[in-house]
Design a protein around this ligand. Structure first.
Ligand code: FES
Length: 78
């Protein structure tokens, strides 16, 4: 199923990028361009990232700032 129809990025691809360490919509955008055109998919991407698809997110939530470069600015992508 497509998450980003502008760039033809699927839910599976977003999950793969998340598994590879992309924990924010911005990092997903860097990896796949998803969310960088109309932006209507960003919320969906955020939802996918919030469902435990990113293994590093747990560490971030536990307060390991060394793993959180520009990952705290979710508001910008909303
Ligand atoms: S649907 Fe993703 S940028 Fe338009």
């Amino acid at each position: 199923m497509y998450v980003c129809s502008c760039f033809g990025v699927t839910e599976k691809q977003v999950k793969e990028h998340a598994a590879a360490g992309a924990c924010t919509p911005r990092q997903i955008a860097s990896a796949s361009k998803a969310g960088t055109d109309c932006g209507s998919c960003v919320r969906h991407i955020q939802a996918l990232l919030g469902r435990g698809n990113c293994p590093r997110r747990e560490l971030l939530d536990q307060g390991m700032p060394a793993l959180a470069p520009e990952t705290t600015d979710l508001s910008e992508a909303a």
